[in-house]
Ligand binder design. Sequence first.
Ligand SMILES: *[C@@H]1O[C@H](CO)[C@@H](O)[C@H](O)[C@H]1NC(C)=O
Ligand SMILES: *[C@@H]1O[C@H](CO)[C@@H](O)[C@H](O)[C@H]1NC(C)=O
Ligand SMILES: *[C@@H]1O[C@H](CO)[C@@H](O)[C@H](O)[C@H]1NC(C)=O
Ligand SMILES: *[C@@H]1O[C@H](CO)[C@@H](O)[C@H](O)[C@H]1NC(C)=O
Ligand SMILES: *[C@@H]1O[C@H](CO)[C@@H](O)[C@H](O)[C@H]1NC(C)=O
Ligand SMILES: *[C@@H]1O[C@H](CO)[C@@H](O)[C@H](O)[C@H]1NC(C)=O
Ligand SMILES: *[C@@H]1O[C@H](CO)[C@@H](O)[C@H](O)[C@H]1NC(C)=O
Length: 325
Amino acid sequence: MCRTTNLLLTLISISIFPFFTNGALQPQHQHAHGGGCNPDERATLLSFKKGITSNDANILTSWQGQDCCRWRGVSCSNRTGHVIKLHLRNPNVALDTYGEYDVCGGASALFGEISPSLLSLKHLEHMDLSMNCLLGTNSQIPHLLGSMGNLRYLNLSGIPFTGRVPPHLGNLSKLQYLDLGQDGDYSDMYSTDITWLTKLAFLKFLGMSGVNLSGIVDWPQTLNMIPPLRVIDLSYCLLDSANQSLAHLNLTKLEKLDLSYNDFEHSLASGWFWKATSLKYLDLGQNSLFGQFPDMLGNMTYLQVLDISQNWNGDMMMTGNLKNL
Ligand SMILES: *[C@@H]1O[C@H](CO)[C@@H](O)[C@H](O)[C@H]1NC(C)=O
Ligand SMILES: *[C@@H]1O[C@H](CO)[C@@H](O)[C@H](O)[C@H]1NC(C)=O
Ligand SMILES: *[C@@H]1O[C@H](CO)[C@@H](O)[C@H](O)[C@H]1NC(C)=O
Ligand SMILES: *[C@@H]1O[C@H](CO)[C@@H](O)[C@H](O)[C@H]1NC(C)=O
Ligand SMILES: *[C@@H]1O[C@H](CO)[C@@H](O)[C@H](O)[C@H]1NC(C)=O
Ligand SMILES: *[C@@H]1O[C@H](CO)[C@@H](O)[C@H](O)[C@H]1NC(C)=O
Ligand SMILES: *[C@@H]1O[C@H](CO)[C@@H](O)[C@H](O)[C@H]1NC(C)=O
């Protein structure tokens, strides 16, 4: 009886434990290696803190004392003690008078620069600086980020950068999540060549909403060379067309595709995406697509959400097989 209770308690604590330790801003502080953070990594974090010029939200006030693994937004490996995660997402983004995000207009954001000193965090796997005003002096994505070769997750979404998206990000060969999205708006970021993305062989999530990709003709072919992709958000990218033909679709895991607000202006049926029968979510809104639905729509049996608003469709759709829609 007593032994059963003990076992039960052990099982319960094992299953509950991760929920307390993996919380977004909770420090992970149970290293098997003896505790305390690496002094070099601590110095690096303090030097990053120096690059933050305004901090009304006091997010970084906990950044003092010896053990940087206890600082807010910092997580260390429980095995090696190295800093592996930096989660400094701003959860309280300000809105402008039109109700749009105004990342640099609110007091809760971090202001300043993404200090190049971060490169010293060699073990960093996860970096989320989203929704902060970390524009530095030239307002561009620092190409040095391409040297943080251990990153699996990089979220810079909402930071209103301008200029070219650095192809150096293609050096992040372990990356699984890349979010540069500007959430529902056009931005002053652009790229004229996205072939560097094909070097990201493990990429599951690609968010480039708002990045001007005008003139890039072969974007579907490029994405088709990254088979692990599950989510693609290329809304507001000024893409010219989506009627490229793909001989073979490698994107067999694709679940979510957002191509809204691109103004393709060609026939709906000629879209390459109808081959992606694994899709659960397809947003084609605001694209001036015209004509009939292709028969292939009937094979998209996993589809739960289909947005075709603001296009010129001349016929009714047959949704007979689409039992999840
Ligand atoms: C330690 O980290 C590993 C990998 O991140 C994880 O699987 C494991 O559950 C962690 N152990 C504890 C006690 O948190
Ligand atoms: C990136 O951050 C934004 C805003 O903080 C969030 O909405 C989005 O889901 C994140 N992206 C990923 C891939 O987690
Ligand atoms: C990173 O990528 C850029 C452009 O793709 C390249 O010129 C550079 O040599 C790469 N740097 C490293 C350290 O691999
Ligand atoms: C988008 O980029 C193209 C060329 O890359 C440029 O001609 C065009 O002006 C840009 N559009 C906007 C709205 O910035
Ligand atoms: C994806 O499919 C194309 C054919 O459309 C093929 O040439 C290419 O090698 C495939 N790429 C990968 C990474 O599987
Ligand atoms: C694709 O659509 C564009 C218009 O966006 C059109 O100019 C072009 O001829 C179309 N190409 C094919 C192969 O249908
Ligand atoms: C739908 O799928 C079936 C079975 O895989 C296939 O025979 C048929 O050709 C597909 N229809 C279209 C329009 O691709």
